[in-house]
Design a protein around this ligand. Sequence first.
Ligand SMILES: [Zn+2]
Length: 421
Amino acid sequence: MPIAEVDVKYASYRQDAALADVRRGQNGDLGDRQYRFGDQYLIIADDIEWDSVAERARDIGVGLTDPKSLPDDSKVYLVRQKGRLFEKAFPAAQIVHNGGRFLAVSLSEQEYERVSQHDSICFEISPMPDSGVVFERRVHRSARREASAWVRALVDMVSADEYQAVLERLVSFPTRHSMSEHYHSAVKLCKELLSNLGYETRLQEVPIGSQVASNVIAEKSGGLSERKLVIAMAHLDSINIQGNSDSTAPGADDNGSGSAAIIEIARVLQDHVPEHDLQLILLGGEELGLFGSKHYVSVLDDADKARLLAAVNMDMIASSNLNPPTVLIEAGDQAILDELATAADMFTTLHVETSLNPFASDHVPFIDAGLPAALTIEGADSQNDNIHTEHDTLVHINAGLAREIIRMNVGFITGKLGKAH
Ligand SMILES: [Zn+2]
């Protein structure tokens, strides 16, 4: 006898982060296919289990949406996308839950094959995470401890005006595509800005096929004899996905926003004498497949790998789509997430989302090599449809949001670097 098709249903509910902390233990009762997207939860269960799921939901006081059926023979997968680029590439895909950067989509086996073979650096597909946590939204807490006065003084030096002035210069290049002449002009400008701020600077050649792009590396040495290493980085290149290397690609948010932040951090720390070493890195070739960061990690020697305390990446930090303003922190391990979230609580009013599902930016090659790294980016519900087009311009930039994310990162970085004497 043929086995009957199992009808699978899904629904979602919302729960405040504050309540979620209290009820975390109880929610498991809603079944083992429960996935957290910030303060939204997606529940998937066979039809036969659904009555008890609904009853338990009533018992613990959460309101489920009306359940919907998954198409026959389909399964739910996790998609991580930049902007809305998966939705643009596969407009017919059935979205079961939309968490912005993170989607749950239902696909047949064949569709899954087709999507996973699609050669794209704009999205990635995988099974849903075993942990059930796609990303968490934390409650903003007033800081539990005071920052050192010298750390706070440095954090308070971060200026939206100084930041905006540098960003305007970066966006004035017609493109910063890694294969364009303009990229090399942007590299030259940034190297000069960093040198003028007193950093040792050098270019690192990044082979991309038969061509070469560059990473800009600026260094400040610490005062201790045995020194650790702290890295802040951002990709300098931009892209117009519809065009070629000469097409207009101002890349204001992606990623003039992170690049200008590197220069601003350099300015803020110019007179600071740390205990440990600092590297500020502008990477090339990110939009073509993380070439700059892959190359940097591949030539990093074992001694530097062993002494690396943290590498913080900034990508798309100035487009404000969420209210309240929110930063998403992605990392490979919980410790670095918690430290950055604490810095957000201490130095900003930002709300914090965290994810252990790192994707599609320069922190990934570090994490893949087992190194401590994190991405800081505007919150996960990004509505940014302008990235990778000629519309990624200053009009959509919120320097105040960027300032908050830079304050968080300066607090985190200086805590790691220490202060000599
Ligand atoms: Zn980017």
